[in-house]
Design a protein around this ligand. Structure first.
Ligand code: PEP
Ligand code: MG
Length: 878
């Protein structure tokens, strides 16, 4: 007999490791049930059922008997009956994907209510107000989620009910007024052309259908895209006995993080509302009170909650985000999940838990994602700048944001998408605003707490957010907000400090970020785990110092041509480039040599004790050629036969001669050294002189000299000889002992293919994957990105731009060949990468597979690379 697939699991049948099948919420509810925590009875319809739902028409009908049986089991546990007009069981129906997507999909509470059951509920609870409050909520939520009736009419009518009753808060509306509200709510549904189902079983079926449907709403799709969540996951449906936080003042509901999701501080961080249901807390309509005050309001409940929160944290060995409800003094846990957190909170929580002995160093390091490190390196507001603070809200998501005020999510998405810096200002945000939040620099809301939608989403996106700035009065129609006598218009500049909640009028200067102790320690642990070192690409002593302070263990690429870009040097360089005789060239080179030696002295000193890889000149020649229009202009007014005019004309002729159609494939790299050896000789001498001078002073200098764009063995052989001879002369002259290496970049497919031949002369290889990508694809690295690569990515030709993320199949395959061939000739050959990919997490993971010795990237990416290298070694990053 073929066993039929099981699509429904009771809580007692699941566990935390079943999240793929049961979704995160379901798996954790089952786990909490298992360890005896107070979870209301319920069951889960699996994510596999979601797949079937999208494949098969009428799938839900096919599993209906099982749903009925599961409800019957819940009825038994809850001691209530679904649809009964005596002691009715009400349920919540909530979505739950394998990874959490806060607020992205749908929830229906109080399902099972109709005109009969509401009366029974009023009777059994002894509270008519509560019963009708639950009923009106149910009609509103069900109509929104299932029937897709516009919410606005319900909100208007609710506001009217408050007015009729002369109260400000929903929970103060009396029963009589709520009864009228329910009648009118049903009318709104009818006017929208829908029928509100009165049969609880029909309600349940439609709700399950809506949850499955919600997996493919535009907002869920956008969220998945932003967060790289595969569409194949699907969502489970959780059907759980309702417990009520809206039964009076000994009831309430809240959400709580076991540690601060904002800065990681180890204390309960949450908020709750008395006499309310779950959606009131996250919707941002009522601003909830901090969890600490629960200790006074309900001391016993607080004690129990504190115990469970710590227990869950120890159980999951991670900071938890918990939803709870208190019904008549009894605490229920409705959900727990690993709490989303900002980058700085992630670092602090990981390191604190490591120190507390809760997790090991490997786990601590893998708790931080490379993208989060980028957030830590975001600029901060200059603390010395004058702050024209207009209001202080809640510090909901840290960091600094500066931009122009916009009030509409669509507009924020459009303008932000075009690169304009905008700040989204809203009374509160909803999941439909996600695209605007994503494109804005930061978010300001006048309502909602630290766990409001805006706060949660902003933290997830690493965007600064100030929420709950209640005194901000927003006029969406006029496009203004006012606070404390100041009126701010659309397009005015605003600065947010999400770290402390300051809202500042105008623009504030930003400064470079600082490393804190936890982050330093985390990266040191990462270094111990990594198989590869992280070096930096640095051309100046200042860059070298920065790289070293960020933890670089060497310089993997010092581009010497950049040294000649400075205003006072460029003319000398140009004279050298256009020189027609060796003497002329040598005369200019002498001047350049003095400057070069200075440069190297500075860099070597900054990197004392660590290797510095200096690449000999590789100028795409056109960058150094004098501009012909400028020369022609300089000729104006000069007598044609004058010496000056003659010189200019000669330069023009030489510039024309040197002009190339394809400079990137032209007279570059070692080709220059082959044709004009005096250039490389000068550079080698400057390097050796600087290194020997410092060595003489007692510093440990480790220079490695790198030959660019080598494609043949002969090039490598001649250049090595030239460098060695120059070195030998300087070393002899200065009488110091200096160890150095001469190696090459692998940046041409041919170099990769003949790497064994090159390794006979090259003591190290460094993959120049910028050029290697350019020459492997035949795409100009200067043009392709602006011309067609963007569209290629959109069309799906590439998942990502191959100049940013290494193309493993092509460029990577060449690297693999080069690694194999290089090692076959020189087993211990030092291997590294210095193209831009050296700072890209996925590319770093690939380098780890090839067992390179180091990756080298720009100084600011060093921390990201250090973490990525560790994650690659742990197999977390593949
Ligand atoms: C490379 O080609 O990857 C490289 C590092 O050299 P450059 O970017 O200077 O050409
Ligand atoms: Mg290159």
């Amino acid at each position: 007999m073929v066993e039929s697939t099981k699509y429904i699991y009771d809580f007692s049948e699941g566990s935390a490791d079943m999240r793929t099948l049961l979704g995160g919420k379901g798996a954790n509810l089952a786990q909490m049930w298992k360890i005896g925590l107070p979870v209301p009875p319920g069951f889960i319809i699996t994510t596999e059922a979601c797949h079937k739902y999208w494949e098969e028409k009428d799938f839900i009908a096919g599993i209906w008997d099982d749903v009925e049986a599961a409800v019957a089991r819940v009825e038994k546990l809850a001691g209530k009956k679904f649809g009964s007009s005596e002691n009715p069981l009400l349920v919540s129906v909530r979505s739950g994907a394998p990874v959490s997507m806060p607020g992205m999909m749908d929830t229906i509470l109080n399902l099972g209510l109709n005109d009969d059951t509401v009366a029974a509920l009023a009777k059994s609870a002894g509270d008519e107000r509560f019963a009708y409050d639950s009923y009106r909520r149910f009609i509103q939520m069900f109509s929104d989620v299932v029937l897709e009736v516009d919410l606005e009419k319900f909100e208007e009518r609710l506001a009217q009910a408050r007015e009729n009753a002369g109260v400000k808060e929903d929970y103060k509306i009396p029963a009589e007024e709520l009864k009228k509200l329910v009648v009118d709510y049903k009318k709104i549904v009818e006017e929208a052309g829908c029928t509100f189902p009165t049969d609880p079983w029909v309600q349940l079926r439609l709700a399950i259908d809506a949850v499955f449907r919600s997996w493919n709403t535009p907002r869920a799709i956008t969220y998945r895209k932003i967060n790289n969540i595969p569409a194949e996951y699907g969502t489970a449906v959780n059907i759980v006995t309702m417990v009520f936080g809206n039964l009076g003042d000994d009831c309430g509901t809240g959400v709580c993080f076991t540690r601060s999701p904002s800065n990681g501080e180890n204390k309960l961080f949450g908020e709750y509302l008395i006499n309310a249901q779950g959606e009131d807390v996250v919707a941002g309509i009522r601003t909830p009170v901090p969890i600490a005050s629960l200790e006074k309001a309900m001391p016993e409940v607080y004690k129990e909650f504190h115990r469970i929160a710590k227990l869950l944290e120890t159980h999951y060995r991670d900071a938890q985000d918990i939803e709870f409800t208190v019904e008549r003094g009894k605490l229920y846990i409705l959900q727990t999940r690993n709490g989303k957190r900002t980058a700085s909170a992630a670092v602090r929580i990981a390191m604190d838990m490591l120190h507390e002995g809760l997790i090991d160093a490997e786990t601590a390091v893998s708790r931080v994602a490379p993208e989060q490190v980028e957030q830590l390196l975001h600029p901060q507001l200059d603390p010395k700048a004058k702050r024209d603070m207009i209001v202080k809200g809640l510090p909901a998501s840290p960091g600094a944001a500066v931009g122009k005020v916009v009030f509409d999510a669509d507009e924020a998405a459009e303008r932000g998408g075009k690169g304009e810096a905008v700040i989204l200002v809203r009374p509160e945000t909803t999941p439909d605003d996600i695209h605007g939040l994503f494109a804005a620099q930061g978010v300001l809301t006048s309502h909602g707490g630290m766990t409001s939608h805006a706060a949660v989403v902003a933290r997830g996106l690493g965007k600064p957010c100030v929420s709950g700035a209640e005194s901000v009065k927003i006029d969406l129609v006029a496009g203004t907000f006012s606070v404390g006598g100041v009126t701010v218009k659309k397009d005015d500049f605003l600065t947010l400090d999400g770290t402390n909640g300051d809202v500042i009028l105008g623009k504030i200067e930003l400064i470079e970020p600082q490393f804190d102790e936890n982050f330093r320690e985390l990266l040191e642990d990462a270094d111990k785990i990594s198989n590869m070192q992280v070096w930096a690409n640095a051309d100046t002593p200042e860059d070298a110092r920065r790289a070293r302070s960020f933890g670089a263990k060497g310089i993997g690429l010092c581009r010497t041509e950049h040294m000649f870009m400075a205003a006072e040097r460029l003319p000398v360089m140009q004279e050298m480039v256009v020189a027609t005789t060796t003497e002329e060239r040598v005369a200019q080179l002498k001047k350049l040599e003095v400057m070069q030696e200075e440069d190297f002295l500075g860099i070597f000193e900054a990197m004392e004790g660590l290797p510095v890889t200096v690449r000999l000149l590789d100028p795409p020649l056109h960058e150094f050629l004098p501009k012909i229009p400028e020369l022609t202009k300089a000729l104006e007014g000069l007598a044609p036969e004058s010496a000056e005019a003659k010189k200019i004309n000669a330069t023009i002729a030489r510039a024309r001669e040197l002009h190339e159609q394809n400079p990137m494939l032209g007279f570059r790299g070692c080709r220059l050294g082959m044709i004009f050896p005096e250039i490389y000789e000068m550079q080698a001498r400057a390097i050796f002189n600087a290194a020997c001078k410092l060595t003489k002073k007692g510093l440990r200098i480790i220079p490695d000299i790198m030959i660019p764009l080598v494609g043949t063995q002969e090039e490598m052989k001649s250049m090595r000889k030239l460098v060695d001879e120059t070195g030998a002369a300087v070393i002899k002259e200065t009488g110091v002992k200096l160890e150095y290496m001469v190696g090459t970049m692998i940046e041409l497919p041919r170099a990769a293919l003949v790497a064994d031949q090159l390794a006979e002369y090259a003591q190290f290889f460094s993959f120049g994957t910028n050029d290697l990508t350019q020459t492997t694809f035949g795409y100009s690295r200067d043009d392709a990105e602006g011309k067609f690569l963007g569209q290629y990515v959109e069309m799906g030709v590439f998942e990502e731009n191959p100049f940013a993320r290494l193309d493993r199949d092509g460029v990577g395959a060449l690297m693999e060949i080069a690694v194999g061939k290089g090692r076959s000739v020189r087993p211990g050959i030092q291997l590294g990468i210095c193209g831009e990919h050296g700072g890209n997490p996925s590319s770093i993971a690939f380098c780890n597979k090839l067992k390179l010795n180091y990756v080298s990237c720009s100084p600011f990416r060093v921390p990201v690379a250090r973490l990525s290298a560790a994650l690659a070694a742990l197999g977390v990053l593949k």
